[in-house]
Write a new protein. Structure first.
Length: 681
């Protein structure tokens, strides 16, 4: 049925509020928000299961605004439906400290399910949400005909989302996994910043998604040029009910609908309409004054809050009955939602014999098996590199849509590093999951936007990166990371962990999972010796980010700082220097970020400020080490691309030898400042 008078008033209010907020800010994207107001209204009033008074309700649907530049579209619905967002918040759109930033930010605005903005990320994140919800349903309520856990993930995306490469990866994943709990609305408005989409996009979107295993619907324009809401309503209902495939709704809209001169123009995409055009739009739409919403309209839209409250209470009642009737499953639920910080992970970590050699990627594999036994929420996979990354959970089964396999703990992502990482973010946002994904360190370049969003949202996700240096050998410079550690360390809120040996690796896994923040484990392919230190020393040292290993001098002549497999070089150099009468302390620094978070007393105990003769040893770029080694320090690093050769030859050719460390130590001692200086402050 066509919109009622109340619904038309609600849509008008949403359109004008979006326009007014952008005008007041002097910046923003009004066109999409004005055009899609009927879509947002229909979703939030009729289709999305949500409770504005309880945004974290476990049984809610998820809504993802992948075209995050249209954030005001979401904010207006959050205000109109009764979330903790006021009209004053809309007036402060895009202003310093406001609750309505330029793009949606998870954890900042109630009702925002994920941070979006970089196009394509929202769509891929939503795929991960849908995967996690499918796993949850199969794990906890597989036998139920009308499951408690049958949530739908709704997405609004734009032509920009569709054009990004991550969208191809994510859509392919969604089709393979038959995510029929995913409904994506594609706003096909034919406009982007540089002009019409025809300038850059001529493919058959329906054929593309159909080929990837999607159900495709179409929604056109009504006689008045606005969106055909009857067709939309029916398409949304069919999408939710469709079995065995995700649904794409290709929706035709007119950008900046209601603005007589700005409609269907690129200029309305990313700039205010301007005072004259805004007033013309207000007249054309028979609108009220700026930021005016009459009480009758607000009373009507806020009925969504009452409906949501009733729905969430009913769900909670049913959930409690489910817990009572399925105590074993309820226990599994509680286990999956237990914070790893409350678990004694150290007690289950594998042990390794000092003096033996084992690759840290192999130690990681053993640690994953041990942790998986007590952490049902732990699952993940690699970008077609499970055997190389050693990320397979043995006897964990494959996560697939085939009968009985939705509970599997090993995800076969295929060679899709970008979508894999964004989907992990989405699965984590659902709750009840601690995920990891793996690939070679050099391919972290393909993951970077999703890593950055994980850091922005402070999601407890773990990236596993193996083949961490030129020591991977004959694959050559295309596969040998050089600048990657420095780039990852530059990310605020992200911890880069490069353990030196097996027990550090196990401790790093436990510390990463218990940190509640995004971490990356950097692991070696080649065998490295297990340290002759006590397990407690290693575990405490890893959690603090750096600690002394080997012979420890109270008044060293030089300090050698090493990460990862290069710790072996540092310890060999320490012994050689000792034979010449030089006292060298060796510091294993698996995580610079954790070390920098320690108090001054501990940092000074590891790196005394009075010792300015320092050497950093790492098979990667020297960039970033100067702040720890100071003006007198030396680096044994690699500031060139690698080469194709056996591992030993590649290391020697790039200068990663004990002799190079000894030489650097002598050089820094010869010119170190005798007066204490405040480096490493």
């Amino acid at each position: 049925m066509p919109f009622t008078a109340d619904e038309r008033s609600a849509v008008l209010a949403a359109r004008l509020l979006a326009m007014d907020a952008v005008e007041a800010a002097g910046t923003g994207h009004p066109g999409t928000a004005m055009a899609l107001a009927p879509v947002a209204h229909t979703l939030f009033q009729k289709h999305i299961a949500h409770d504005p008074a309880n945004p974290e309700w476990a049984g809610r649907d998820r809504f993802v605004l992948s075209c995050g530049h249209a954030s005001i579209l979401l904010y207006t619905q959050l205000f109109l439906t009764g979330y903790d967002l006021s009209l004053d918040d809309l007036k402060q759109f895009r202003q310093l400290g406001s609750r309505t930033p330029g793009h949606p930010e998870y954890g900042h605005t109630p009702g925002v399910e994920t941070t979006t903005g970089p196009l394509g990320q929202g769509l891929a994140t939503a795929v991960g949400m849908a995967m996690a919800l499918k796993k949850r349903q199969s794990t906890f309520d597989a036998e139920s005909v009308t499951s408690l856990f049958n949530e739908t993930v709704w997405v609004l995306c734009s032509d920009g989302d569709i054009q990004e490469g991550i969208a191809y990866e994510a859509a392919s994943l969604a089709g393979r996994h038959e995510l029929d709990n995913l409904v994506v609305i594609y706003d096909d408005n034919k406009i982007q910043i540089e002009g019409t989409t025809d300038l850059a996009l001529r493919e058959d979107i329906e054929a593309r998604f159909a080929a990837q295993g999607w159900n495709v619907e179409h929604v056109g324009l009504a006689d008045d040029g606005d969106i055909d809401v009857d067709t939309l309503d029916n398409a949304l209902s069919r999408g939710k009910a469709h079995i065995g495939q995700p649904t794409l709704i290709i929706l035709r809209s007119q950008i900046a609908f209601g603005a007589p001169n700005a409609i269907n123009t690129p200029g309305s995409h990313g700039a205010p309409l301007g005072t004259a055009e805004a007033e013309a739009a207000r007249r054309a739409l028979n609108g009220t004054g700026a930021f005016e919403v009459d009480e009758a309209t607000l009373s009507f839209t806020r009925q969504a809050a009452a409906r949501g409250s009733e729905a969430s209470r009913a769900w909670e009642t049913e959930f409690q009955a489910w817990r009572n009737n399925h105590p074993d499953k309820a226990g599994e639920w509680d286990g999956a939602h237990t914070d790893p910080a409350l678990l004694d992970l150290d007690a289950v970590l594998p042990e390794f014999t000092p003096g033996t050699r084992i690759a840290t990627r192999d130690a990681s594999s053993q640690t994953i098996q041990a942790l998986a036994k007590i952490m049902p929420q732990l699952w993940g996979g690699s970008a077609d590199l499970g055997d190389s990354n050693k990320t397979v959970i043995k006897n964990g089964g494959s996560f697939l849509p085939e009968a009985g396999q939705r509970t599997g703990r090993n995800v076969h992502w295929g060679v899709r590093e970008h979508a894999m990482s964004a989907a992990m973010n989405g699965a984590t946002l659902v709750g009840g999951s601690r995920m990891f994904v793996g690939t070679f360190l050099v391919f972290s370049d393909y993951q970077k936007p999703a890593i950055r969003l994980a850091s922005l949202m402070q999601l407890p996700v773990t990236f596993v990166w193996t083949h961490d240096s030129v020591a991977l050998g004959a694959d050559g410079p295309t596969h040998q990371p050089i600048e990657h550690l420095a780039a990852l360390r530059a990310l605020p809120g992200f911890s880069v962990i490069r353990p030196a040996e097996a027990r550090e690796t196990a401790a790093a896994w436990a510390a990463a999972l218990q940190s509640g923040a995004p971490c990356g484990l950097i692991l070696a392919r080649q065998g490295v010796p297990v340290l002759d230190e006590t397990p407690q020393t290693i575990r405490e040292g890893v959690r603090r980010g750096a600690y002394l290993v080997g012979t420890k001098y109270s008044e060293p002549d030089v300090i050698i700082i090493a990460t990862g497999s290069e710790l072996e070089l540092a310890l060999t150099a320490q012994a050689q220097l000792a034979g010449e009468g030089t006292r060298a302390n060796v510091v294993s620094m698996p995580c610079r970020e954790w070390f920098e978070n320690q108090d001054r007393e501990y940092r000074d105990s590891v790196l005394p400020r009075t010792v300015t003769a320092r050497v950093a040893v790492e098979a990667a770029s020297a960039f970033g080490w100067r702040d720890l080694i100071g003006a007198d320090g030396e680096t044994v690093t690699i500031d060139r691309f690698g080469l194709s050769a056996p591992a030993e030859d590649a290391l020697r050719e790039t200068g990663m030898t004990p002799e190079a460390v000894v030489s650097a130590a002598k050089s820094t001692i010869s010119r170190s400042t005798p007066i204490p200086t405040l480096i490493n402050s």
